[in-house]
Write a protein that binds this ligand. Structure first.
Ligand SMILES: Nc1ncnc2c1ncn2[C@@H]1O[C@H](COP(=O)(O)OP(=O)(O)OP(=O)(O)O)[C@@H](O)[C@H]1O
Length: 781
């Protein structure tokens, strides 16, 4: 089948099996090839069964083993349990689609590619893991650059049966110029793209395209920015990159973990199956709202408040707000301590404050310096009064100690330089017009008014980065420092002992030859014994501990919809990854947040100068050509210099765009939903509406699931606003009231663009009253 560019028409008509570009094969040849593949595939599944049974048997034996319950035997048993249950879970997760490809090279060699590596009893490879360097050619070879590959075969399985093979013949002599630019494995790709959506994203190991694979396998260090229009696979590529990096750099990443940040909890639910289905679980999935442990940030806020609080200026505002808590009295303060009348003069306080500030320590950590300065000033008064010549060093120390323990002195110190928590600082600042005015003279009156709220107001998403910034400015309190020091000392001692112990256990196991450890599992086992022992002191998986520790440093951070992050969010995120090993995926044209960024360089030249690189994804695998034509008009209105990604499919189904009188809108909407449901059959339909109309429409659309719980994705028809639909996709989308979406915010056109690019098959637009100008170019039906 000749291909032109990336567009494929009549994709349902693609021959069941194409053996070589441009050619069809007889049923007989096909049956013979399928039978041959079946033999190999059956051998792989047999081997998988053996390994799975072995892991299950080992697991059962370890669990039933009689041991004297010493801490040592407990640790050993738990480590084996982890190892074998991890191995068992991994072997089980690859059951579906175990093998999906074959590569033949010019030297008459061939190997199969699959979701996991398998070896026979003699260590001869049966199946190569998709993440290994050897498997790379499966994704990279093209007729123009065959990389030594003569044939790439896509193998389709149903259960354990081979039901189809599709070959790309990569022999340059056999094909013409027009056929050289092709999608890789287009039949397999198109059958996966044409399938109905389930509300959960699927992995794509079998059909990764070369421009995507290059990104997935890009090196670990530095920041990689992946810019791409809607549907180009940014999310799915970012997740496969996480799996690839964890496989390739497991030593480095397993201990520190990988953080994946997504735009909202519905999105996290949408993607939460991808990594487990690739056998990876050591990953923290979080939204920005969840990045400050202990704070649940779900309260809504105005666009202006989000923009102001997300602005870089807030870093200075918070720093000033902290300084405003470090007071110098305007007049001398009198104190009565033990019948003594003491006077604290502003000059002495100012001097103590300057000393403390000069240390450049965070507020709570500089407080002891301030306290020392004040206590010295007060002690000197008493000492001078009593006569220094009559006092020993010990006497002077006692005076100082008494002063330090005196309630009135302590109250005064708390007033002049209070110990603060991030929560107190941020909530007091945002609820006090006076404090705000003092700390934020650079903000306009209406901006300050927009961020004011009651002191006990619930946290919003943009508060999270403020809390994180505040935590940096304040540092730990004395109580938390003491607790941490104690814990660090304990941890260091335990860690050293445990490493020693882990080494011993592995040695004993190897000598006793009791377990069937593969050579490459010995290190893994040692690490597990070590981690297990650590867990007795410090419970929780890496993911759990990382999620509960604000200062946790991740080995790699992946951010999806990265264009939405505010300047303050970036500051927070960069603290989580000082090594700057990051993958940021996004699309500037889809920016919906008022605080979002306008260019990648704006952010990255600052945080990772000369350490960031960018890559582009250019092909839209989601939205068919007919729908992208409508989206293209909106994109041109956002920025005439931008062009949408090329759609890979054409469905022949034109979008339905209609304007109805406002008083008929609801009735027509209900009828249209019904019509779309019938047209879709099993597929998923999203009704996307302006946020201000969400509640009103939720109340009248009885058969449509609504609410902000991610479980709306389980319904066949869901009511969403644009923010909720970000990153998701549906078989059909009905946009109700497009003008409402455009007028909702300054970035309304970008929001409409996001909504228009969610469907995989059908698009309907229903407008109460006139259609917005930007949608009038498409013929109405
Ligand atoms: N190589 C591929 N093989 C099969 N399916 C693919 C491939 N690449 C992308 N897809 C599918 O295309 C759809 C769009 O991918 P994805 O959601 O990752 O795009 P995106 O760039 O993040 O989109 P958006 O910016 O609009 O949220 C998904 O259904 C994904 O599974």
């Amino acid at each position: 089948m000749p291909l032109s560019g990336h567009l494929i028409t009549d994709y349902q008509e693609i021959p069941r099996c194409a053996m070589g570009l441009g050619g069809k094969v007889t049923d007989e040849v096909l049956a013979r090839e399928i039978a041959a593949e079946q033999g190999d595939v059956t051998t792989m599944y047999d081997r998988l069964d053996v390994l799975r049974e072995r892991a299950r048997g080992e697991l059962a034996r370890v669990q039933q083993e009689e041991t004297t319950e010493t801490e040592q035997s407990y640790t050993e048993r738990e480590s084996f349990t982890d190892l074998f249950s991890g191995r068992f879970a991994q072997l089980s997760s690859v059951e579906r689609g175990l093998c999906f490809g074959r590569i033949d090279t010019g030297d008459d060699e061939r190997f199969h590619v699959g979701r996991i590596g398998l070896f026979d009893e003699d260590y001869d490879p049966l199946l190569i893991d998709w993440r290994t360097p050897v498997a790379q050619v499966f994704y990279w070879a093209t007729p123009a650059a065959p990389l030594g590959v003569t044939r790439r075969r896509h193998i389709r399985l149903q259960g354990r049966s081979v039901v189809g093979v599709d070959d790309d013949v990569l022999d340059l002599d056999a094909i013409g110029d027009s056929e050289r630019r092709t999608l890789i494995g287009e039949a397999a790709l198109l059958s996966s793209l044409g399938a109905s959506r389930t509300g959960r994203m699927n992995e794509i190991v079998a059909t990764i395209q070369s421009e995507q694979d290059e990104i997935i396998r890009s090196g670990l260090p530095g920041v990689l920015v992946v810019q791409g229009g809607p549907g180009t696979g940014k999310t799915v590529v970012a997740l496969h990159r996480a799996a690839y990096l964890l496989y390739t750099h497991r030593e480095q990443l397993a201990r520190s973990g990988v953080l994946v940040v997504g735009p909202n909890s519905t999105f996290l639910r949408y993607i939460d199956q991808v990594l487990p289905s690739l056998g990876e679980t050591d990953v923290v999935l979080a939204t920005i709202s969840e990045l400050y442990p202990g704070v649940v940030a779900t309260a809504p806020e105005s666009e202006t408040a989000a923009r102001v609080k997300g602005g870089e200026a807030m870093a200075d505002v918070l720093a000033q707000a902290v300084r405003d808590f470090q007071l110098v009295p305007t007049a001398p303060i009198e104190l009565k301590v033990d019948q003594q009348r003491l006077v604290l003069r502003p000059g002495a306080v100012r001097k103590a404050r300057q000393r403390a500030r000069d240390t450049d320590r965070p507020h709570n950590r500089a407080r002891p310096i301030f306290v020392r300065g004040i206590l010295t000033a007060l002690t000197n008064q008493i000492v001078d009064r009593l006569g220094r010549q009559y006092l020993s060093e010990e006497d002077i120390k006692d005076i100082r100690k008494e002063l330090a323990e005196d309630d009135r002195v302590r109250a005064l110190l708390d007033r002049l330089w209070p110990e603060l928590t991030p929560q107190i600082l941020v909530s007091v600042l945002l609820s006090s017009p006076e404090r705000l005015e003092a700390a934020a003279p650079q903000l306009a009156d209406d901006e300050r008014a927009a961020v004011l709220r009651p002191v006990d107001a619930d946290w919003t998403q943009s508060d999270v980065a403020l809390l994180d910034e505040a935590a940096e400015l304040l540092g730990d309190t004395d109580g938390t420092v003491a607790a941490r020091n104690r814990k660090d000392a304990d941890d260091a001692a335990t860690e050293a002992a445990n490493r020693e112990y882990a080494r011993g256990v592995v040695q004993i196991e190897l000598t006793a030859d009791r377990m069937t450890l593969m050579p490459w599992e010995i290190e893994q086992f040692a690490e597990l014994v070590h981690r297990r022992t650590q867990l007795i002191e410090n419970p929780g998986t890496v993911a759990e501990r990382a999620a509960s520790d604000r200062t946790w440093v991740f080995g790699h951070v992946i951010v999806d919809e990265a264009q939405e992050l505010s300047a303050m969010d970036w500051r927070m995120l960069m603290r989580r990854c000082p090594r700057r090993s990051m993958t940021l995926v996004g699309d500037i044209a889809q920016t919906g947040s008022a605080a979002g960024i306008a260019s990648w360089a704006d952010v990255l030249d600052k945080y990772a100068p000369r350490r960031w690189r960018s890559a582009q994804l250019t092909v839209n695998y989601r939205t068919p050509l007919e729908i992208m034509a409508v989206a293209a008009d909106v994109l041109a209105a956002i920025d005439p210099t931008l062009s949408p990604p090329d759609s890979v499919r054409e469905t022949g189904i034109q979008p339905w765009i209609d304007a109805v009188p406002p008083d008929a809108f609801l009735d027509v909407l209900v009828a249209t939903i019904k019509f779309e449901r019938q047209a879709l059959g099993d597929g998923r339909l999203a009704v996307i509406v302006p946020t201000p109309r969400y509640d009103e429409l939720a109340a009248v659309l009885f058969d449509v699931a609504h609410g902000h719980d991610p479980s709306v994705l389980d319904a066949d028809t869901a009511l969403l606003d644009v923010a909720q639909s970000k990153g998701l996709e549906f078989d059909a989308v009905l946009i109700a009231d497009p003008a409402g979406i455009i007028n909702e915010s300054d970035r309304g056109l970008s929001d409409l663009y996001v909504a228009l690019t969610r469907p995989t098959k059908r698009l309907t637009i229903l407008s109460p009253g006139d259609l917005p100008e930007v949608l009038r170019r498409t013929p109405q039906r």
